[in-house]
Design a protein around this ligand. Sequence first.
Ligand SMILES: [Zn+2]
Ligand SMILES: [Zn+2]
Ligand SMILES: [Zn+2]
Length: 149
Amino acid sequence: MCHRCDYETLLEENGLNAGRNRMRVLEVIGDNEGPVSATEIHRRLIRSDPINRVTVYRILDLLVENGIVERISGEGRSFYYGLAANENHRPHPHFYCRRCGGVQCLSPGSLTVDSEPLLQTFSGRVETVAVRVVGICAHCTTSVQGKIS
Ligand SMILES: [Zn+2]
Ligand SMILES: [Zn+2]
Ligand SMILES: [Zn+2]
């Protein structure tokens, strides 16, 4: 669990009851050092207590809608989930590895986007600007170089 975020407060500040399953889903997401897939969240939850897959998806949708959790695109239609930016976590871009399919957090400020020209020329309402960095992660790079078998 993230030591700085209080999930109960996070839920209640957003008008949601701190239900047991919501707390459990948030704990799995906050526990992980990077974004985690819905399948993986479900897999970890059922280790301790049975929970329906549909329930997990419903909770994730709710958390995303309320801005508590951020949904990050992986490959194709797969999604990863991480804590959304809040007072403890600055917004940051994500890296997608096209070899292992993993998604990881990049440090805040490692990549800045100047959206001012966009806001000046686009007449609609911009809600989020998502930057996707694609390549081969450090783990996959070394496992290719040091391939023994
Ligand atoms: Zn946190
Ligand atoms: Zn990789
Ligand atoms: Zn992240």
